[in-house]
Structure formats: structure tokens, C-alpha cells
Design a protein around this ligand. Structure first.
Ligand code: MSP
Length: 508
């Protein structure tokens, strides 16, 4: 069977237009999906929109439109954004779709059959903005208002009949699960936070609401809608046609390899989700990675704070690939990161125009003038083999990906680019016109370096990388990560195609 990989983004609330934080989660997931694909995996990559709950119902009421119509419109902007971000998602799910509703109701039935659900009454605090219940000790009072400390959102008192999930019963099994699967929660700092939260004791979780109607109905009980997080989390299964566990999608891709999420929704993914699944006797996903926030100044970018940087505007000005490169390289994955136009411009000038762009332009124009735009012959010396060598270590590069060490992956690329530029300078091929074979070999080695590094850049900047690989007559579908292990892929006398300037330096 093919090697398979299942990766997901969070499904986004279509309560407002997408912003840079959403774009970030999606770009990160796309980076992993693309890498795995060029490494020979069959990838299922899921994104979508999370459309039920009081937050959406109220947003639609404010606009005086029917909630489904409201969601249709904004969900489409997220779908459009996936295209604009050049995501290679293989599915886009909406929680208002029948296939999803069916999965959620099935999961509910299974939990009910397993005696994991009971009817009682919920009295406590609820944040509509977070769609989360909070204990008294998770709140503070500011200007007479109760606020959730972790998110800063206001809470309201809820007092109503509700179905409960026996979460408390799963406290010990969850701790055992974390112990047996030490890589389930990443990064490690987040894992420790979750474990200490669980060790402090879990209370049963309210999983239905009675006082509003915008949600999936509890089976055989029209008065209740299912709690939006139980509904939303199940999207990861419904995309695989759960409960039909015998279909190819489910068989090939469950359990998911990686849920990419923001740290704000770690509790739902690292506690509730595996608890629901264990209770339903379904294997939990292999890993949940909680990344940091994209900050605007010192604050989280969010609609309620009104400090949103629109990804579309940035892409219009600078192009998509520079934005993808910036977010993957300059944000330390797992920590909060910052983006400003100034920082983005500096990154474009130093890394893209001066380093990568410069390497491609000077080597290719030298090859055009001195090798008639044909791949030359070669006879490697130790110097050449030495410079190519780090790129032959496939397992090292794979381990950056499998540990979600995006920053190491990126600095590996940057180092290779610097050393390739230095190699071309130090070897001074322009002084070797009397020694054709040496001149040719230097050009050949530099071309191989460009080919290999560009393959590594493909998951980061797909469009630019495909342009560069076209120079060597490679197309997007033929990109093969394992070919960077081979120093002699380029065949003598093959035509070297022209390349336009990749990145213009931004004058300041
Ligand atoms: N609908 C839920 C997720 C359900 S998943 C089963 C949700 N939606 S959301 O639209 O509010 O946010 C989704 C994700 O967007 C966050 O988890 C995070 O991954 C990303 N971001 C939203 N704002 C962000 C930043 N300012 N910075 C980085 N990412 C953030 O929560």
C-alpha cells in the first residue's frame, strides 16, 4: 500500500472574513502536505468551516440574515482564500453538510450506547466568543464584567438542561494515553500545560444546548443541539466518511497524522477530542501541534481586537510566495510571531532577492554565456562533492519535517543557499576559461545545488520553485524529494530554459 499521511487545519468560524492568523495555520499545514507528497506519500489534507453554535447564530442575527445564508457567504471567502494561498487541500468541509451531520449524530449514538452520556443540568459560565465553558477560577472581573483569563472574552451565565459527557471518567486513561504517546501533544511546553490541567481534575462536560437552535440536533431529542465543539471536532472523521469504517478513505487515513491548530484551541484537541474518541472506541489521532499566535504589535490578531492584517492585501502587494516564506521562516513555530510590512520587505530583500534570486540569476546567466544554455559535462572534485554532501542526507531533512521543526528546515535551506553562493564566488569559474572541464563542472555543481535547494523550497514557495525547476524541464508533478540524494540528475546537453527575475529588490 502507498505511504499515507493525513493532515488537517482547524475548521474556521465563518463569523468574519479570514485574517493572517487563519492564513498562517493553513500555510503551515500546506507546507507539510506538500513535503509529504514529494516524498512519495498519498496525502489527505483537510480544511473547512465550523458553522454552528451561538456565535454564528448571533453574527447572522446581527446582519438579519438566515444563519445558513450567512455561512454560505463567508464560508466561500475561506474557500477562495484556500485558492489564493495555493493550498493543496484534498477536501473542504462545511459542518452544515449532510455528510458531516450524519457522522456527528453517529458518534453521539455511539457515545450514548457506551453509556458515556447522561442528561442533567448545566449551571455555569459560558463564553460565546470561545464557545467554551469556564470554571470560576478561570475568570477575572474587569469593570464589573466577568472575563475568561486565557482569552479575554466575556462570559455569560448559563442555567439549562443539558446532556453531559462523562469526561471525569477519562482523566486517568487520558494521562496514561499521554504517557504512552509522548509525542501526541506538541510542542513539549504545551504538553506539560495540558498534563497539569488534566491532573488538576476533569469535570463532566456539557455537550448539548437547549436555549438556541443553530446546531446539529441531538438524535431523538429535538429540544437539544449538540455542543459546537463535539460537532466541529468530528469533521476530522466525517471527511473520511465515518461511520463507514470500511471505506478506503477511512482505512487509509485514520488515525490522522497531524492536526495543526493554534494554541488557543489546544484544550479541545488535546483533552476533549481524544476523550470522545477513546470513549467511542476509536483510535485517537497521532499528533496535535499547537502553534503560537501571529501578533499585531504585542497583541493577538483577532476580529474582536480590530487589529487585523488582511492576507489578501499583503499578497496583492508582495505576492503569495514571499508571504509563505516569511511566515514559515520568520515565525518561530510553536511560539508567537510578528508580521509587519517592514519585516516582510527586509526578508524579501535579504533572503529572496539577494540570496536565492541572486544564486539563480548569476549561475543561469553564466551558463547561458559560457555553456550555450546546455547542461555541461562534469568531473567532480572533492570540493564539489563536499558542497553537495549536506543535501544528500534525506533522513536528516525528513526528521525536521516529522518533528515539525520548520525553523531548522528553513535554516538548513538558508545555509545551503549561502554556501552555494560562496562556492560559486570562491571557485571563480570566470577565471577558468582555459580549463573547460573545470569551468563546466563548477557550473554543473552549481546547477545541481539550485535544483536540490529548489526542491526543498517547493513546499514553502510552490509557484516560484516550479518556475525554477522548469529551467531543468521538471514539472510540478515530477518533483521527487528523494532525487536530491543524487548528484547527477541533470543530463549533459539538456537545454537550460530561461528564467525571469524571481524577486525584485524593494527600494527603501
Ligand atoms: N472553529 C474553531 C476551530 C474548530 S477545529 C475543530 C476555531 N475557529 S477560529 O476561526 O476562531 O480559529 C481557528 C484557528 O485560526 C486558530 O486555532 C488558529 O489556528 C488560527 N488563528 C486565529 N487567530 C490567530 C492568530 N492571531 N494567530 C495565529 N493563528 C490564529 O477556533
Amino acid at each position: 500500500m502507498d505511504k499515507t499521511y493525513y493532515i488537517t487545519t482547524p475548521i474556521y468560524y465563518p463569523s468574519a472574513k479570514p485574517h493572517m492568523g487563519h492564513a498562517y495555520s493553513s500555510i503551515v499545514a500546506d507546507f507539510f502536505a506538500r513535503f509529504k507528497r514529494i516524498d512519495g506519500y498519498k496525502v489527505h489534507f483537510l480544511t473547512g468551516t465550523d458553522e454552528h453554535g451561538l456565535k454564528i447564530q448571533r453574527a447572522a442575527e446581527n446582519k438579519k440574515i438566515d444563519p445558513l445564508k450567512f455561512c454560505d457567504e463567508i464560508s466561500q471567502t475561506f474557500r477562495d482564500l484556500s485558492k489564493t494561498l495555493n493550498l493543496t487541500n484534498t477536501d473542504f468541509i462545511r459542518t452544515t453538510e449532510q455528510r458531516h451531520i450524519k457522522s456527528v449524530q453517529n458518534l453521539w449514538d455511539k457515545l450514548k450506547q457506551n453509556d458515556e452520556i447522561y442528561l442533567s443540568k448545566y449551571s455555569g459560565w459560558y463564553s460565546v466568543s470561545d464557545e467554551a465553558f469556564y470554571n470560576e477560577d478561570e475568570l477575572e472581573e474587569i469593570a464589573g464584567k466577568k472575563i475568561a483569563i486565557s482569552s479575554g472574552s466575556t462570559v455569560e451565565w448559563v442555567d439549562e438542561e443539558s446532556f453531559f459527557f462523562r469526561l471525569s471518567k477519562w482523566e486517568k486513561p487520558l494521562l496514561k494515553f499521554y504517557e504512552d504517546n509522548p509525542d501526541f501533544i506538541c510542542p513539549e511546553s504545551k504538553r506539560n500545560e495540558v498534563i497539569s490541567f488534566v491532573k488538576n481534575g476533569l469535570k463532566d462536560l456539557s455537550i448539548s444546548r437547549k436555549s438556541f437552535s443553530w446546531g446539529i440536533k441531538v438524535p431523538n431529542n429535538d429540544d437539544h443541539v449538540i455542543y459546537v465543539w463535539l460537532d466541529a471536532l468530528t469533521n476530522y472523521l466525517s471527511s473520511l466518511k465515518y461511520p463507514d469504517e470500511n471505506n478506503e478513505l477511512y482505512k487509509n487515513f485514520w488515525p490522522a497524522d497531524l492536526h495543526i491548530i493554534g494554541k488557543d484551541i489546544l484544550r479541545f484537541h488535546a483533552i476533549y477530542w481524544p476523550a470522545f474518541l477513546l470513549a467511542a472506541k476509536i483510535e485517537p489521532p497521532k499528533r496535535v501541534y499547537g502553534h503560537g499566535w501571529i501578533l499585531s504589535g504585542d497583541e493577538k490578531m483577532s476580529k474582536s481586537k480590530g487589529n487585523i492584517l488582511d492576507p489578501l492585501e499583503i499578497i496583492n502587494i508582495y505576492g503569495l510566495d514571499p508571504l509563505r516564506y516569511y511566515l514559515l521562516k520568520e515565525v518561530s513555530f510553536g511560539n508567537d510571531g510578528n508580521i509587519s510590512e517592514e519585516k516582510l520587505e527586509n526578508c524579501i530583500n535579504s533572503d529572496l532577492a539577494n540570496n536565492f534570486g541572486n544564486l539563480c540569476q548569476r549561475v543561469l546567466s553564466f551558463a547561458e554565456k559560457n555553456c550555450s544554455s546546455l547542461i555541461p559535462d562534469h568531473k567532480f572534485t572533492d570540493d564539489d562533492l563536499e558542497i553537495l554532501k549536506p543535501l544528500n542526507n534525506l533522513d536528516k531533512i525528513r526528521s525536521f519535517i516529522d518533528n515539525q521543526d520548520i525553523n531548522q528546515y528553513m535554516s538548513f535551506i538558508v545555509d545551503r543557499l549561502f554556501s552555494a553562493n560562496k562556492y560559486f564566488n570562491d571557485q571563480e569559474p570566470w577565471k577558468k576559461k582555459d580549463d573547460r572541464l573545470r569551468l563546466n563542472t563548477i557550473v554543473y555543481t552549481a546547477l545541481e545545488l539550485i535544483r536540490k535547494i529548489t526542491i526543498l523550497l517547493y513546499p514553502v514557495m510552490p509557484e516560484t520553485s516550479v518556475k525554477v525547476l522548469n529551467v531543468f524541464n521538471e514539472t510540478e508533478n515530477s518533483i521527487d524529494f528523494t532525487s536530491i540524494d543524487n548528484n547527477e540528475i541533470l543530463k549533459k546537453d539538456l537545454k537550460i530554459n530561461k528564467l525571469d527575475i524571481l524577486f525584485k529588490k524593494i527600494e527603501k
